[in-house]
Ligand binder design. Structure first.
Ligand SMILES: CC(C)(COP(=O)(O)OP(=O)(O)OC[C@H]1O[C@@H](n2cnc3c(N)ncnc32)[C@H](O)[C@@H]1OP(=O)(O)O)[C@@H](O)C(=O)NCCC(=O)NCCS
Length: 150
């Protein structure tokens, strides 16, 4: 079952993101950041356990970011990531946002879902000015991709 996240999901969301950030596959998120952005999050729950999460973060005029998309390793490749991503894309459309970007180490997953690789400098300055907060700055290996609602 896919649903919007609640504050009671934050610890599990942190655990999911923490697992992949320790593996170097995504950026960590602090508890504070997660509570502040809880309304951005979707979770996928099965038999009372959250197996996946993902967030849509509106960031600029006509632009939002898909962030913190993570599916428990043992449950990957079953279509859950696609479901969470589609929920984010539909939500963006509902908000009137037609461009959604992602920064990821898994570009092929996003390409399969209709995203195309772009040049990071094509994103508004505001987005990459936030890169300075990243532990990998300035040695960034994330691939920027963009999805445009038809
Ligand atoms: C990326 C991630 C969210 C994909 O979730 P998932 O549930 O395994 O993906 P799905 O099963 O919905 O896959 C959807 C499609 O993408 C493909 N796909 C999934 N992961 C892929 C990968 N690493 N490389 C290539 N294709 C991939 C699937 O084969 C599927 O295509 P198909 O239907 O033609 O077979 C998951 O691997 C993950 O949590 N990774 C670690 C964290 C991360 O990198 N997050 C993304 C950036 S924030």
């Amino acid at each position: 079952m896919l649903r919007k996240a609640k504050v009671t999901d934050v610890n599990r969301i942190k655990e999911l993101i923490g697992f992949f950030s320790r593996e170097g596959e995504m950026l960590p998120r602090s508890l504070n950041e997660l509570y502040e952005s809880i309304r951005d999050f979707w979770v996928y729950e099965e038999k009372g356990k959250i197996l996946a999460c993902g967030a849509l973060h509106p960031s600029w005029e006509d632009l939002a970011e898909v962030k913190s998309l993570a599916v428990e390793r043992e449950k990957q490749r079953r279509g859950i990531g696609r479901e969470v991503l589609n929920a984010c894309l539909n939500e963006a459309e509902g908000l009137g946002i037609k461009k959604i970007f992602a920064l990821t180490y898994r570009p092929r997953f996003f390409q399969k879902e209709g995203f195309r690789i772009i040049n990071k400098v094509d994103l508004p300055h505001k987005i990459w000015s936030e890169c300075i907060k990243c532990p990998h700055f300035p040695d960034c290996k994330e691939v920027p991709l963009l999805y445009e609602v038809k």
